[in-house]
Design a protein. Structure first.
Length: 419
């Protein structure tokens, strides 16, 4: 019988709480024994959900790390710019580490974490959950079977979604590069890592373009207010990015109280939500924020075997699954992150595989089942002392992050960057 894995959570926000829910679904496999978060509400909520005693609740990762090692693994789910220091400190204490993506906002910080983890000899995984979906597993099986021959090129679209861009990358925590990280790292390190995984080849060179095209002061309609709740009705009602529309009309008024609404206020009521829209960052006009990350970007890649890939990230679409086309020497794959359609050139036959995971809002369905797949694999690796369960080793994780940094360097310099 596998042992019960004991985990501490540093950063009890949406992602930390999401991974911790695995312990509620599988209490015989994982137990949350400690939490560190400066926010009283988030810390106390997790303590209540998991029965964590007061002496194991900490206001900071520093306070947590000042104590002797108290469990097997630490989930670090702080903001992007706050990953390096706790990861290195926890590695030195010989904790196994689950680190929310991205690893860190700079290449050197990623290298520092990698070195600390390797020196400590602990198991380590960055939450590139797309590797762990049933969809990705089946797609890789098709490719490895040789059905479409060798991969020549891949087209990949990350449709962020108009309201998701407004929520997270214009009004939200990832809006400003200096305060968090660049858009490619925050939103698409998933995607470049996934392309590296599917291609099964190291990336040789990258080239990128991207701009902040729309969410800026010059696009603000004449007469619009700095807060949606103060905007003239005729302007607010015609704006798809209106905070009142996104959070109140489209969600709360229809019974929606989960993400993204619960980011605005921990206790979702009409009064609290209205107050958040009046005074909080999520009530601001999208044309009057301090955002500077791009809202569209393309990345072109060449891999060591000569295969190529292109990735487009754009805000201007409905929020949906990633769209991918894979061009092989013997066939072609078209997929929407759920349904895979395979065309064989020999007879022009087409077959369809549906990998859809029902979305119930829980750990089993987040990111197409990838959140569960990641936790399932990592907990098993820890319980059975079997690192082979982890689909991305620390070196390959560093490699895919360096792809992101090179692409961003290319975007800023207008150059082709070699890895």
């Amino acid at each position: 019988m596998s042992k019960l894995v004991r985990m501490a959570v540093i950063g009890a926000g949406a992602r930390g709480r999401g991974y911790a829910k695995f312990a509620l679904a599988f209490p015989d496999r994982l137990k949350i024994v400690a939490v560190a978060d400066p926010d009283d509400f988030r810390r106390n909520r997790m303590a209540k959900e998991h029965g964590i005693p007061e002496e194991s609740c900490f206001r900071s990762w520093q306070e947590f790390c000042s104590h002797p090692k108290m469990c097997d693994v630490v989930a670090i789910c702080t903001q992007d710019s706050m990953h390096e220091a706790p990861a290195i400190a926890c590695a030195k204490l010989k904790y196994h580490i689950l680190l929310e993506k991205p690893m860190a906002p700079t290449a050197q910080a990623c290298r520092n974490i990698t070195a600390a983890v390797k020196e400590a000899g602990v198991m380590f995984v960055v939450c590139h959950v797309l590797r762990y979906t049933q969809y990705t597993k089946m797609l890789r099986q098709i490719i490895q079977s040789g059905e479409i021959g060798k991969i020549v090129s891949i087209q990949h679209l990350e449709p962020v979604g108009y309201w998701h861009q407004a929520h997270s990358f214009v009004r939200g925590n990832w809006r400003n590069e200096a305060q968090s990280s660049n858009m490619l790292l925050a939103k698409c390190c998933h995607d470049l890592d996934w392309l590296r995984f599917i291609m099964a080849q190291p990336c040789k060179s990258v080239h990128s373009f991207g701009t902040l095209f729309h969410f800026k002061a010059s696009e603000k309609p004449a007469g619009a207010a700095d807060r949606c709740i103060d905007c003239p009705r005729e302007i607010e009602s015609s704006c798809p990015y209106s905070a009142y529309k996104i959070y109140f009309r489209d969600r709360f008024c229809k019974g929606g109280k989960l993400w993204p609404v619960d980011v605005l206020t921990p206790e979702v009521t009409a009064e609290n939500l209205s107050e958040a829209l009046r005074k909080g960052p999520y009530g601001r006009c999208v044309y009057a924020c301090d955002n500077d990350v791009v809202d569209n970007q393309v990345v072109n890649m060449v891999f060591e075997n000569g295969a190529t890939a292109s990735m487009t990230m754009t805000a201007f679409n409905p929020h949906s699954g990633r769209l991918t086309r894979i061009f092989g020497t013997l066939g072609y794959i078209d997929t929407d992150s759920s349904v895979i359609r395979v065309t064989k050139f020999l007879d022009d036959s087409v077959r369809t595989i549906d990998t859809k995971v029902a979305n119930d809002g829980g750990i089993l369905s987040g990111h197409g089942g990838g959140d569960f797949g990641l936790m399932d694999a990592f907990v098993r690796a820890l319980a059975e002392n079997d690192p082979s369960q982890i689909l991305s080793g620390v070196d390959e994780t560093l490699e895919s992050h360096l792809m992101v940094f090179a692409a961003e360097e290319s975007r800023k310099k207008g150059s082709v960057e070699n890895l």
